[in-house]
Design a protein around this ligand. Structure first.
Ligand SMILES: [Zn+2]
Length: 250
């Protein structure tokens, strides 16, 4: 057994259903490697403590074994490439995207974009940037979105897809996982988006309706004769303000 708890020997009565940490414990070529799963997982992109044995076995143990088998020391955090100016983590990349795209392009959806970036940073920020070149991390994120509306999840994915393409264009990433045989955004089960005008817009509409009902406009009997008259004066250089007074236009 390569994922285990060590607390029973120190008297923990409820092990393994306790708060104590899971450990990775692997023999390789006669040598024993062991360490808390969290200590291995955090430098490699985990964003929360690993409390599930299943996750430890399915996600982290294979990586642990792979590192040992390729004669790396799993107790050392993986080296991050620090090429000048290139983001090393997804959080860095998202910050760059915000600075060079969202802040520059005057997006109508700026507010939404920023809130998406906050969520994506919290969910994927600690991963190395290259994690966005493959589907796994994004699929994991998608799975964690199961409580959200499909349409909402799809908008996060669409944002990620744009981030990937934008990054490839700037040589910050070399591949995107969004392609025909990779990640796809399935809109089939999306519920239609509810769109509502903002309160300010609503008030403007109501104000406009009120003006239409005002007597002055209702009584303004514009005939073609009057219109031609106004046009002629306008051509002759009478300022608009004076025309309005002359013809009782509010
Ligand atoms: Zn325990």
């Amino acid at each position: 057994m390569a994922v285990r708890k060590r607390c029973r020997s120190s008297g923990c009565k409820t092990s393994p259903r306790c708060e104590h940490a899971w450990w990775l414990d692997v023999m390789h070529h006669g040598k024993r490697y062991r360490m808390p799963v969290d200590d291995f997982a955090f430098p490699r992109g985990a964003t929360a403590p690993i409390t599930s044995k299943q996750e430890a076995e399915k996600v982290w143990e294979p990586k642990f074994i792979a590192e040992i088998a390729s004669s790396k020391d799993p107790r050392k955090a993986p080296q991050r490439e620090s090429t000048a100016g290139k983001p090393t983590t997804v959080a860095d990349l998202l910050a760059m995207y915000r600075q060079r795209y969202v802040d520059v392009e005057r997006l109508k959806s700026r507010h939404t974009a920023l809130s998406q970036l906050r969520i994506l940073t919290a969910e994927l920020g600690q991963l190395p940037t290259a994690a966005l070149e493959r589907p796994e991390a994004i699929e994991d994120f998608k799975a964690r979105c199961s409580g959200r509306a499909i349409a909402t999840t799809n908008r996060y994915l669409a944002r990620l897809r744009h981030i990937c393409n934008w990054s490839i264009g700037r040589e910050l990433l070399t591949a995107t996982p969004f392609h025909r045989r990779g990640l796809r955004i399935v809109t089939k089960n999306e519920r239609r988006r509810d769109r509502r005008i903002s309160e300010a817009e609503e008030q403007q509409l109501l104000d406009a309706c009120k003006q239409l009902n005002e007597l002055s406009r209702a009584n303004a009997k514009l005939t073609w004769e009057v219109v031609d008259n106004i046009r002629a004066r306008a051509r002759a250089g009478v300022p608009q303000r004076e025309l309005a007074v002359m013809f009782n236009i509010p």
